[in-house]
Every structure is written in C-alpha cells, then in structure tokens.
Design a protein around this ligand. Structure first.
Ligand SMILES: Nc1ncnc2c1ncn2[C@@H]1O[C@H](COP(=O)(O)OP(=O)(O)OP(=O)(O)O)[C@@H](O)[C@H]1O
Ligand SMILES: [Mg+2]
Length: 556
C-alpha cells in the first residue's frame, strides 16, 4: 500500500494507518467488475419474457418482482461504485418512472466494453470523450426517430401503457389496467402555458387484497381510509356539499392549568351548558354554510358528533393532511383553518360520498366529482404480493402515459430504437476517427445489449436476432424493426404495438453514459479504514431473521 512516500530520503506518512488504496488499472478493474455484477443481476429481468427475482429483506419480508428499481431498492450493496449504479436506477425511476432495468444493464455494458478498450491501452480520457460524443449523437438519433402522437387518441396511449406493463406479472388484467392508467393521467393533466403537466402524485393508489385484478377501479375523486364517525350519521350522501376543516371541532383547552371551583349543582350545569352551547354553535356554523358532509383534519368532540348526526350530516375525523389536500383538489373545496371563516364558497362538491366495505375495512369514497384534479385507483387482487406487483405495474403505466403527455414523442420498443442507434453510431464513428472512434463503436455495441438481452431472455439465439436486426435496419423504413419476443420474429414494432416514450430512452442513455464515464474517470480509490461498529447485542431467540444482504465483492 502506498500511503508512504519519500522526500529527500525521509519517509513521509500521508495517509492514516489502515487506509486502503487502489490505483490505475486495479482501481478500474475493481470498480468495473462491481458495477457489471449489478448489471448481470438485472439482465435476466429485462423484457416481457424475463424472469422475476425474489428478494428477502433483513426483516424477512419477501418481494417478488421484475421491476429493476424495486429489486435494487431491496438489496444491500456495499461497493461504492456499485452504489452509483443503484443511483442510476433511482434517478431513472424518479425522472421517468420506467426503463430502470434498461439503464442499469446499459451502464454495465458500457463499462464492460470500456474495460476491453482499457486492456488495449486506450486512455480513459479518450474513452470518456468518445462515449460523450456517442451519447450526444444517440440523443439526436432518438429525436429524429421519435414519432408524435395524437394525445386524444386513447388507444395509442393505452398501447404505451400496455408495453410498460408487458414485463409485469399482471396477467389478463393488462388491458383493464392500461385503460385505467390512461383515464387517470388524462384527468389530472393540466396545462401550464403551452406545456402539459401530469403529476402522477395526484393519482392516489389504494391497495386491498381480495377479489381480482379485473375489479381494480378508477374513482373520479378520493378514497379516504376512514369510516363515518357516528352510527347515527348517514352512510351515503348524494350531491354532497363538503366542508374541509383543519381545526378541531372541540372546545379548546387552555394552554395553562386552571382550576375552577364549582360549589353547587347549578354552577356545574351552567358550566357544562356553556360548552354545549359552543359546540352547538360550531355545528350551526357548518350547517349555515350549507354543508352536508364534514371532513375534519383533527378531532370531533362526542357532543359535536351528536349534533352533526342530528342534522343528518356525514362526518369524518382525523383525516390525513395529504388527504385533505387531495380532497381539496378533487372537490374544488377550500381547507379552512378557522371555522369562523367558513362560507358556502369554501365548500367542495361531489356527486356522491359513500362509505363502502372493502374486504375487512370500511372506506369513504368521495366520487363523481365534476372535473377532479386528483383521482384514486383502488387496486384489488387475490394475494398481497399480486396487489404489490399490480401497484408497481400501475406506477410504470401511469408514468409512461404521463411521459408521453408531457413530451409528445414515442419510439418503437423491442430493441428497435437501440438497433437504430447502434447502426447510425457505426456510420458516425469513422467521421470522428482516431481512438475516439473505437469508443463510439464500443458505445454502439453496448446499446445492442437491449435486443440481445430481450432475445436471450425469451430463449432465442441473441446472435441470430442481432444479425437479422442489423440487416432489417439497412432497409428503407427499417428503423422500426425490433424483436417480437413472443414469436421470435423480427418485425415492425410500431405495427406490433410495442411503443415506449422517447423520454424513457433519452433518460436511460444519458444516465448510463454519465455513470459509466464517472466510473471510468476514477483512477485512484482511497478508502479510509472502516471505523469499528459498536458491538451489536446478540439477537434474541425468536427475533426476526438476521440480515442477508447480497453484497458485491467487498471493496479493498
Ligand atoms: N412484446 C414485446 N416484444 C419485445 N420487447 C418488448 C415487448 N414488450 C416490451 N418489450 C421491451 O421490454 C423492455 C422493457 O422491459 P422491462 O420493463 O422489464 O425493463 P425496463 O422498462 O427497462 O425496467 P423497469 O420496468 O424494471 O423499470 C423494453 O425494451 C421494451 O421495448
Ligand atoms: Mg418497464
């Protein structure tokens, strides 16, 4: 280890005892191996005919999925470079909501190819600059091959949603879920100037085991996971006029302790009467505003409940703040902080507010809102794990539809767009020349990992598919050709209905190039000695299972 250096024959101690250090080729090889392993892990989950992973977390909870982001979220990785690749998946998921596996597999492949160039003595700086040029060109190719769609054509948006869900385990319900995703996103889309904005956080997803995926439903409004407060209140209210109140419907307690001496029964009665009077006035105020439904963020006093019930009002208490905000967006009502300010103008409207029993629980559906800016999806499926996978599928479907609504361009999937990028990069490389040309060609080979892996995962021969794709892309209008993993044929993916948002591919290419370049540029890794962890007490007998993290090779 080289943390000692000499100056005029004198040894000089620079780094602390115990510091680990890797330089040059060692540093590269170590980092690249670790990142490639992450790519290898995810490879077998790419595409509709891929395998799933079962991941068990430190508490013994099991997740079965094919979703790249979800898998990497669950596994424990120690190697710093591998952690960077996990960041790639997270960023991809946050930015565009799909294509996480593609981004990670592409990062791994770019690094694998970089390793081969390093072994041929191509300098890392040249690889990085070649990769940068290739990525820039790839983004241009994407823009040129991207097709605009008619956003009023729900069928095409449904196709994009179905493609995103093709790899998720949701069986025969795919069409049904895709339809819901499109309707939900269209409902929450807002125009800001010329730009469409679709914030999928405005789609609330509620999961409940039981029944089947086909019973998953879109509610044009909000589902509140609460029940009607008082048995004397109505459980159903048509043409609801809704008061949204942030304050408690209780008599406020003083902030300091006080003592009231009551000397006779008359005084007690007067005192209690005062409280009753205040609560009665509160309920009166709500009624005067014209409300017949109350959602209160805080508590509602027993007596106030009684008065509300007497006035035939439906009331719910302790509603989450986030639900209050969603209710406000869905019903166009205003959340008032002080009851004194409540007027009829603050009330929200919904065609129907009703308590439903879903499985074992009661929930309140605020539905038939006129033009809600916030909607809910109630996911049903037989098993808990299926409900979870359906939620991930729905997340991907909502994301891709929102992507297209916000940036109206789609590309052909099934490796079509990647094959086209590879082809055009190979034409571009000689124009750059020099050693950078080698890096650009390596980039072209790397993006072909997508069709290769899709084919391999479907039990097809990757090389045969690659050859067929390359020759198809030479033909005029061949740029839409990809591999149909169900028939094993090389066909027009646009006609086949395998379509993806351009945004997903753009983000994947950008992130993979940035992460790969960052790792290639590292030629010295200096790791401080690990501080000793405080001794952990031995697990109690019968305690949940101990950590079983899947680590990349430990660093150093
Ligand atoms: N019918 C099909 N034939 C061929 N390829 C398909 C088909 N349907 C989808 N694909 C391809 O599958 C790939 C997507 O697979 P998958 O959803 O497993 O990974 P991802 O989108 O990269 O990551 P994740 O969904 O885990 O975030 C895309 O390249 C897409 O074009
Ligand atoms: Mg996907």
């Amino acid at each position: 280890m080289a943390y000692l250096t000499t100056h005029k024959g004198q040894p000089v101690l620079i780094l602390k005892e115990g510091t680990g250090r890797k330089r040059g080729r060692d540093a590269h090889r170590n980092n690249i191996t670790a990142t490639r392993i992450i790519g290898e892990v995810l490879k077998t989950t790419l595409g509709p005919r891929a395998m799933d992973k079962m991941v068990i977390d430190s508490l013994g909870d099991i997740t079965i999925t094919n979703d790249g982001a979800a898998i990497l979220d669950e596994i424990d990785v120690e190697h710093p470079a591998a952690k960077m690749v996990i960041e790639v998946a997270k960023t991809q998921d946050d930015e565009v909501g799909d294509g996480t596996t593609t981004a990670v597999v592409l990062t791994g492949e770019l690094l694998q190819k970089a390793q081969e160039l390093l072994d041929q003595n191509v300098h890392p700086t040249l690889i990085v600059s070649g990769y940068r040029k290739a990525a820039k060109k790839a983004l241009e190719i994407l823009e040129e091959t991207g097709l605009a769609v008619d956003l009023e054509d729900h069928e095409i948006l449904k196709t994009v949603a179905t493609t995103a869900m093709a790899s998720k385990n949701v069986g025969g319900a795919r069409d049904h879920l895709a339809k819901i995703a499109v309707e939900a996103v269209k409902q929450i889309t807002e125009k800001k100037g010329e730009q469409n904005v679709a914030d999928i956080d405005q789609v609330q997803i509620i999961k409940k085991e039981g029944k089947s995926l086909l019973e998953t439903q879109l509610v044009k409004g909000i589902i509140v996971d609460k029940e009607v407060l008082h048995s004397g209140m109505p459980k159903r209210m048509e043409n609801a006029r809704i008061a949204l109140i942030a304050d408690p419907l209780e008599v406020k307690k003083t902030e300091f302790d006080s003592e009231i001496r009551i000397r006779n029964p008359a005084q007690l009665k007067a005192f209690q009467g005062q409280e009753t009077h205040m609560l009665r006035k509160m309920v009166q105020k709500i009624e005067e505003a014209g409300a017949n439904v109350v959602f209160c963020q805080k508590g509602i006093d027993d007596l106030a409940q009684h008065f509300l019930a007497k006035h035939d009002m439906l009331a719910v208490r302790r509603v989450k703040k986030s639900d209050m905000e969603k209710l406000s967006r869905a019903t166009e009502g205003k959340v008032v902080t002080s009851l004194d300010d409540l007027t009829s103008k603050d009330l929200g409207n919904a065609g129907l507010v009703e308590e439903h029993k879903i499985g074992e629980d009661k929930m309140i559906f605020v539905e038939k809102c006129k033009d809600p800016r916030s909607v809910s999806i109630l996911i049903r499926a037989g098993l808990e794990r299926m409900v979870d996978e359906a939620e991930r599928a729905m997340h991907d479907a909502l994301s891709v539809v929102a992507d297209v609504v916000q940036y109206n361009r789609i590309v052909a999937g099934g490796g079509a767009v990647e094959s086209e990028i590879a082809k055009q990069l190979r034409e571009y490389a000689p124009k750059v020349g020099g050693r950078e040309q080698l890096a650009i060609e390596a980039f072209a080979d790397s993006v072909e990992i997508v069709p290769k892996t899709l084919a391999g995962n479907a039990g097809l021969e990757p090389i045969d598919i690659l050859v067929a794709l390359r020759s198809a892309h030479e033909k005029p209008n061949g740029y839409l050709t990809g591999v149909d993993v169900f028939t094993g044929k090389v066909v027009d993916m646009h006609q086949k209905g395998v379509l993806e948002p351009l945004m997903v591919k753009r983000q994947a290419v950008k992130l993979a190039e940035e992460a790969a370049s960052m790792i290639i540029r590292i030629d010295d890794v200096i790791a401080a000695k690990k501080t000793e962890a405080p001794p952990t007490p031995p697990p109690r007998p019968g305690a949940p299972g101990m950590a079983s993290g899947m680590g990349a090779p430990p660093y150093g």
